[in-house]
Design a binder for this molecule. Structure first.
Ligand SMILES: [Zn+2]
Length: 265
């Protein structure tokens, strides 16, 4: 009996030992680097209850590629908002999870210079406390008038968006969320910010993205040649073979543990 128990526990703990050792290696990399860039995607927000819209169904009714099309939005703004209400509420009610908080902690507690480059539109990195966030696909925190371009914050348009009405500017024009719709140009200022962050990176941590959507997926190529990459994603990416460390575990099982090992500033 004793032998069985012993061998079982040893067998069961082996994968954890490997993971623990890798987490220590990640902690070491986070400790020695001063300027760290996090490139994040949908996977960092799934623990906040936000599904990956590229493959989402259910309450979201359709994928982002069906919903966020600028031609449809302009042709039938009422239709867009009638569906967008559920979608918006699901994101607006979401809270940062341990992954977002760990990234913010590196900045606040450990004194690191952190740049977050995110493909997410949920603004959860800012909500967690990260101060440098380049939102390369835009954000749901603001919306702008299609007629006069005046920009509004969430307080103004949130009641309309939640209830499926078209939010309107004081000039009467319809507001459009400041996220990049399919068929629209990407926000140039965010890409300028993202590229300059990559060029300064001493360490790049890719979190929760399979790096399939260009041009965001190509941003790691802007890093200096000697910048190490760490990938934390459930599925493989094109950068895995070049990475110093690759985790296929969930973000919440890796990043908070690694950050907790980094000493305070
Ligand atoms: Zn207006």
């Amino acid at each position: 009996m004793t032998d069985n128990l012993y061998s079982n526990s040893e067998y069961n703990s082996e994968p954890d030992l490997v993971l623990d050792a890798k987490i220590q290696l990640l902690a070491g990399k986070l400790s020695v680097a001063n300027r760290i860039v996090f490139l994040t995607g949908a996977g960092v927000s799934t623990d906040s209850g936000i599904p990956d819209f590229r493959s989402s169904t259910g309450i979201y009714q359709m994928t982002s590629e069906d919903l966020f099309r600028i031609d449809r939005f302009l042709a039938n703004t009422e239709w867009f908002y009638s569906i967008f209400g559920n979608f918006y509420a699901g994101i607006a009610d979401a809270k940062p999870n341990t992954g977002h908080l760990a990234i913010a902690e590196l900045e606040k507690r450990c004194g690191k210079l952190i740049d977050v480059v995110t493909q997410n539109i949920d603004a959860l990195h800012s909500a967690a406390g990260s101060t440098s966030v380049a939102e390369v696909h835009g954000t749901l925190r603001t919306a702008s008038c299609l007629k006069c371009a005046k920009q509004y914050s969430q307080d103004y348009f949130e009641p309309d968006m939640r209830s499926g009405r078209v939010p309107r500017c004081s000039c009467g024009g319809a507001l459009k969320p400041d996220v990049t719709f399919f068929g629209e140009m990407l926000p140039e200022h965010a890409f300028v910010q993202a590229r300059s962050a990559m060029k300064e990176a001493e360490l790049l941590v890719v979190v929760g993205t399979s790096l399939q959507v260009t041009p965001a997926a190509l941003l790691p190529r802007e890093c200096p040649a000697d910048t190490p990459f760490v990938i934390i994603n459930k599925t493989p990416t094109y950068l895995d073979s070049e990475a110093a460390l690759v985790f296929y575990e969930s973000i919440g099982d890796v990043l908070p543990q690694a950050v907790s090992l980094v000493k305070s500033a």
